[in-house]
Design a protein around this ligand. Structure first.
Ligand code: SF4
Length: 450
């Protein structure tokens, strides 16, 4: 088996055998606001982030990325920078000479597939010339018609969409590559990565994997969803770098990511915390410094067992330095992880992007308000997305979407269809609730009979 190690910047290695899981995050400010971007990069670096990504939607942002990099290097901060490019091969090619790594989905380079392939070739050559690494990132919900017509919007489709680009990298003898297949649905995401890992192993060449649950949301649920998904893969030895995506300030992503990475890098297993087993219902006890550590570690232990359907129930206790975790806290965690792993749906499900330089409204407070007003809609999935360019594609299987359109304006979606456009943000939640009510889904999210 040939295991590939990606080299990013001066000395960051990602891949099998490096002995550690690399923790990364992404700025959510405007990349052209150099001061704000440098500030976020320094804050992330100071908290232990090893790789930071910035939105790079145009040539102006490529130039800004160069300035941010120069400012960081001038203060002796060598954290590698990743350009996040979505559609334009021209921008990706330009970014290859500035960034340490470029994240792209080559399928989006052009409508004509042959054109996309030839632009991808040019892009790889440019990366080779500058020693720049590549992440090929394909997300659930952004698969093209070529794939969905054959495989549907499925983990199999995600793996197949990736296969072609991996083959092209190998044809071009370009191996400085990391792959990702993210989804907000934990079982879909874990299945896609497992299929990709199996496919690579059958071919004898294993590229490093960047793991992430996209649009995981915020608060406890965002952390639990991410930890459950990442842990399901890391416990099988799948995955080399992680991002915990939260709709919160980027620095908040680092501690949960470090707890997850540390759990598996140090070889911990559920056995370390097991205190008993009663008729297939295991009991665990943890000692944690605070609530965040508890929910993340407990998700590392229980997430894989629930996703893999090895258990249907569990009991857990946790002691903090000054108290025992209360009954309500434990019950809420149980409800959250059952929902996150899709084993028991008792809540409204949320998909919320972490936001990035493309977001032109205050998504954090909008998301909290949407949650406050819709939490009774058990069984519904509501997406809150930062931009109209990628939001509709990335909200995957949501029933309704609240999507930032521009400054202060929101589009409301029902499934994949925009029902109302350009609603002022202060009226958008009322419009969303009105549509849900007219659809007969305002009591507990299920369609009304008759
Ligand atoms: S959906 Fe959110 S994270 Fe994705 S590009 Fe748009 S604003 Fe950025």
């Amino acid at each position: 088996m040939k295991y590939i190690t990606a080299h990013i910047g001066k000395d960051l290695l990602i891949g099998h055998g490096t002995g550690r899981t690399v923790v990364q995050s992404m700025c959510n400010c405007d990349t052209n606001d150099i001061d704000a971007a440098v500030r976020q990069c320094l804050e992330l670096y100071g908290s232990g982030c090893q790789l930071v990504r910035l939105t790079t939607q145009g040539l102006r942002e490529v130039e800004s990325l160069g300035r941010i990099k120069a400012r960081l290097r001038a203060t002796d901060v060598g954290i590698p920078l990743v350009a996040d490019v979505h559609f334009s091969s021209e921008v990706a090619i330009a970014a290859a000479s500035v960034a340490d790594k470029v994240r792209i989905n080559p399928g989006n380079f052009a409508k004509d597939h042959e054109v996309a392939r030839s632009q991808f070739r040019v892009f790889l050559n440019e990366c080779r010339k500058h020693g720049t690494a590549v992440r090929i990132g394909i997300n659930h919900g952004s698969l093209g018609a070529r794939i969905t017509e054959l495989y549907g919007n499925t983990p199999e489709g995600m793996q197949q969409a990736m296969a072609e680009w991996v083959d092209m990298c190998m044809e071009e003898d370009f191996y400085n590559v990391v792959l990702s297949l993210k989804a907000s649905n934990v079982p879909v995401m874990t299945r896609a990565y497992i299929l990709l890992q199996q496919w690579m192993e059958e071919r004898g060449v294993v590229f490093p994997l960047h793991l992430g649950v996209t649009e995981a949301g915020n608060g406890d649920m965002g952390r639990i969803k991410s930890a459950a998904g990442l842990a399901t893969l890391l416990s099988k030895g799948i995955g080399d770098t992680v991002r915990v995506s939260l709709t919160e300030p980027p620095v908040n992503e680092i501690r949960p990511a470090k707890i997850i990475a540390g759990f598996f890098d140090s070889g911990m297993t559920p056995q370390n915390f097991l205190t008993g087993d009663s008729n297939g219902t295991p009991s665990f006890r943890l000692q944690c410094s605070d609530h965040e550590e508890f929910i993340v570690k407990a998700s590392c232990i229980l997430g894989p067992m629930l996703v893999n359907k090895e258990i249907d129930d569990f009991s857990i206790q946790c002691s903090y330095p000054d108290r025992e975790a209360g009954k309500e806290e434990i019950e809420q965690f149980k409800s959250d992880i059952m929902q996150a792993t899709r084993r028991r749906i008792t809540q409204c499900e949320y998909i919320a992007c972490p936001s990035c330089g493309r977001t032109l409204y205050d998504i954090e407070s909008a998301f909290n308000e949407v949650k406050r007003r819709t939490s009774h809609l058990r069984g519904l999935t509501i997406a809150v997305m930062g931009c109209i360019v990628n939001g509709p594609g990335e909200m995957a299987d949501a029933d309704y979407g609240y999507i930032g359109e521009g400054r202060g304006k929101v589009s409301i979606y029902r499934g994949r269809e925009a029902v109302v456009r350009s609603v002022p943000q202060d009226k958008a939640i009322d419009v969303l609730l009105d549509i849900i009510a007219k659809d007969g889904r305002s009591t507990d999210g299920r369609p009304r009979r008759g």
